[in-house]
Design a protein around this ligand. Structure first.
Ligand code: ADP
Length: 474
């Protein structure tokens, strides 16, 4: 992980790009300025060459070398324009050479070597000069005219430009760094705010939210998304907290009953019969506790997503018959009437047989628990309706008030707490049943009238024949 903050990285990038741009601009401008200054000097020099050409043209064409030398010397030695001038013909004869150039020793260039004017920067004494060597053709004779002009002003201008550039570049860079830093801080300040708030959120303050941004950009999307995530975490966290609190509460009751029973039994010595009775109570409570723990574990596994169902094509009738035979005996013992009506045709669903048996056990257990014995009837039926297997558990027991029907699937919810506990229920059965049915992409519905009885229906999608075949062949 990089230890440099995004803000600093942005600033450095900004600075780097700015410095590069500044360098390119500075060097570019320096060259452009130099070229322009050269152009000015060169056009002055071209004018001087043109001057010489016109002067030579004005001379008679039959002049001897000595005559020509004389008139040129006469013309140019007096003039300032001739201070840095030298003229040579094609045979290397000097036509004119100013004193300054004799001292400098600027070499002559044969006209035949000059296709186009040649420019040179030279020093005369200590001063900078720009020279041109140009070929001119006059009266059929070729000459090289070399003339120079001082360029110290141009050089000074360039140096001044360079100095300003070097002087202002660091200042500009510093300003750019400051602006870059300020810009990145400004752009990233919402991130700091989000980080600060996020740091304060703990398990106890899950209801707080990150600051709502109105920037309309990625950061606003980020804070909105994080807030939505927080809301989901809060719901899940609350669920777990409630579940833990309810579970502890439920576990406390049987354990304190076991404890009380044992304490009372031990308070004085008793006969065997009394001890047996106490132990029977203890065993009963221990059994209840075991089944409560099993239910809690089932729900905890379901929540953690670790409860994997073994889904495969099954014929529901097998599970139904198996469960029904067990409950038939219970009905006999409890003096209730139990009937079953199961479709003849196959009821093929994709499901986990053991889990579906558990659903039926929960529904039948409730039907038996909440239906008083004399005259009580419980029936189990299974049929097919529009591609759905419908399993109904019907009883004519105490029923559930309409207002309660929506809540009975909630964890630990019991309509009549005392009564339900007496029957061994902790209010978890229906939540487990609902979870299993949902895992089968089905649903569970209740229809009930208080005092008249209830019908719980489990609807499961039937597996298409070809799908089940395919899965069976796998
Ligand atoms: P419990 O283990 O307490 O029965 P459940 O989750 O199975 O928990 O059921 C929740 C509550 O729904 C029960 O406490 C009971 O009040 C009510 N209930 C469930 N089934 C029936 C039924 N067949 N008749 C009447 N009430 C029922």
């Amino acid at each position: 992980m990089s230890r440099v903050s995004i803000g600093l990285r942005l600033t450095l990038w900004y600075l780097g790009i700015f410095a590069l741009a500044q360098l390119i601009f500075g060097v570019g401008m320096w060259f452009i300025l130099r070229e322009s200054l050269h152009d000015i000097a060169d056009s002055t020099l071209a004018g001087e060459v043109e001057d010489v050409r016109r002067f030579l043209e004005a001379q008679p064409s039959d002049q001897t070398l000595a005559e020509l030398r004389n008139v040129v010397t006469g013309e140019y030695s007096a003039e300032t324009g001739g201070d840095y001038l030298q003229i040579v013909d094609a045979d290397g004869n000097w036509i004119y050479r100013s004193t300054a150039l004799v001292q400098t020793g600027l070499p002559a260039v044969a006209p035949s070597l000059l296709r186009k004017p040649l420019h040179q920067d030279e020093r005369v004494g200590k001063r900078p000069f720009r020279f041109v060597s140009a070929r001119i053709d006059v009266h059929g004779r070729a000459f090289t005219v070399q003339t120079g002009t001082p360029t110290h002003e141009e050089v000074e201008t360039l140096e001044r430009f360079q100095t300003y550039l070097l002087m202002f570049a660091p200042l500009l860079l510093l300003a750019a760094a400051a602006v870059g830093y300020w810009l990145s801080r400004r752009a990233l300040s919402p991130v700091d705010t989000l980080t600060r708030t996020a740091r304060t959120i703990t398990g106890h303050t899950l209801s707080s939210r990150l600051e709502k941004l109105h920037t309309g950009d990625e950061l606003q999307r980020l804070s909105d998304t994080l807030n939505e995530m927080l809301a989901r975490i809060e719901v899940a966290f609350n669920r777990v907290t409630e579940f833990t609190a309810d579970a502890s509460h439920e576990l406390r009751t049987p354990i304190s009953l076991i404890r009380t029973e044992a304490e009372v039994a031990l308070r004085r010595s008793r006969g065997e019969g009394e001890y047996r009775e106490a132990l029977r109570h203890i065993l009963l409570e221990a059994e209840r506790t075991t089944s409560l723990i099993e239910e809690l574990l089932a729900l905890a596994r379901a929540d953690s997503g670790r409860q994997a169902l073994n889904i495969q094509p099954i014929d529901l009738r097998g599970a139904l018959k198996e469960v029904a035979s067990g409950w038939r005996q219970v009905a006999n013992v409890r003096g209730l009437q139990f009937s079953e009506r199961i479709l003849d045709a196959e009821l093929r669903v994709l499901g986990d047989a053991a889990a579906l048996r558990r659903v039926l056990d929960i529904l039948l257990d409730n039907a038996f628990k909440y239906t008083p014995a004399p005259g009580g009837t419980v029936s189990l039926s299974a049929e097919e309706k529009d591609g759905t297997a419908v399993i109904s558990v019907r009883d004519n027991g105490m029923g559930i008030a309409e207002g309660e029907q929506g809540r009975i699937f909630e964890r630990f919810y019991r309509v009549d707490k005392a009564r339900s506990r007496e029957m061994g229920g902790a209010g978890l059965g229906l939540s487990i049943a609902q979870w299993i049915v949902q895992q089968h992409h089905g649903k569970i519905v209740v229809e009930s009238t208080l005092g008249a009885g209830s019908i719980f229906r489990v609807l499961l999608p039937l597996a298409a024949a070809n799908i089940s075949q395919e899965l069976l062949l796998k």
